[in-house]
Design a protein around this ligand. Structure first.
Ligand SMILES: C[S@@+](CC[C@H](N)C(=O)[O-])C[C@H]1O[C@@H](n2cnc3c(N)ncnc32)[C@H](O)[C@@H]1O
Length: 279
């Protein structure tokens, strides 16, 4: 088996700088092990004898970059992640959205780091339950849901909507699993009717948001933790611009805007926190 020499401080800095510039991911100084564990196989595949060689290959071959991004992003996610978030959605945000549709409006929701799709599909399952209860399933025609992620592989998996037995079990009750998925051998695939209610696409949060349009709800959960302070400020500034005047942004349960320059006001609902742009 081909070998690659251990990463040096200088090599780590070069790869770290590259990641910051292409996807905003800001590795900590002691995270050289992440580069080693996640990129060694690729380095061997491209015939690199060192991480300097690998860096040269990545810079010289634009096709390699998305693979590096796939490998260096952390796609950890699960169904109905963080109870407080889903409680707030069920009892506050979704009834508000339904109220808007009652008044003839169309509403839009963005899962801004959708990973392999669990966040967006959990939303569809919950909405489906709420709308079914109130006999308003046709309201789905007035709801646009998009899920975006920088990782091409994560987006591909989200579009497939197919999960193995371990992945499906993480956060999903057997009842919801049986109601919303079709079993295929050891895999479970989200029902076609749900799949067509969300559009997954690759999107880099470093890019301009204007082409995405305006949103009533933006989920930006468990992604900004990987970014530098300056990029977080830029990111939340851009989200503020794409939120409709009464729209809300929701972060991960352990995240906050503390210590950042921003335009948001925070609100609590039960144990959940959400943000609206200050008037
Ligand atoms: C830990 S997952 C969070 C998934 C989901 N929001 C949740 O809370 O369960 C973080 C996701 O952010 C994505 N990501 C990282 N940097 C990004 C960027 N610059 N633009 C878009 N997505 C990015 C990663 O690919 C990864 O899938």
């Amino acid at each position: 088996m081909a070998r690659i020499s251990p990463i040096t401080e200088h090599e780590f800095t070069k790869i770290r700088d590259l990641l910051v510039s292409v996807c905003g991911i800001d590795l900590k100084p002691d995270q050289d092990y992440l580069v080693e564990t996640r990129l060694t196989e690729l380095a061997v595949e491209v015939g690199a004898a060192s991480f300097s060689d690998l860096h040269r290959s990545i810079v010289g071959d634009p096709e390699l970059l998305p693979r590096v991004v796939d490998l260096m992003t952390t796609n950890e996610t699960l169904w109905f992640r963080d109870d407080s978030f889903w409680h707030t959605l069920e009892h506050l945000h979704l009834p508000e959205l339904i109220g808007k549709i009652d008044q003839g409006q169309k509403v839009r929701v963005w899962s801004a780091a959708s990973s392999t799709g669990q966040e967006a599909y959990s939303l569809i399952m919950l909405l489906n339950e709420l709308l079914q209860k109130s006999g308003k399933l046709n309201y789905f025609d007035s709801i646009e849901i998009i899920g975006t992620d920088i990782s091409r592989y994560a987006v591909y998996l989200a579009q497939q909507g197919r999960y193995d037995a371990f992945t499906i079990s993480r956060g999903l009750s057997p009842q919801r699993r049986d109601q919303n998925f079709v079993r295929q051998g050891s895999y479970y695939e989200i029902i076609e009717d749900h799949k067509k209610k969300v559009r997954f696409q690759t999107f880099n949060l470093m890019d301009h948001f204007t082409p995405l349009g305006k949103f009533d709800l933006v989920f930006c959960r468990n992604v900004a933790i990987y970014f530098s302070k300056s990029f977080k400020e830029e990111l939340f500034g851009k989200i503020a611009q794409v939120l409709r005047p009464d729209g809300s942004m929701i972060l991960g349960a352990t995240e906050s805007l503390f210590g950042l320059n921003h335009r948001f006001e925070s609100y609590t609902f039960g144990n959940g926190v959400y943000y609206k742009v200050k008037e």
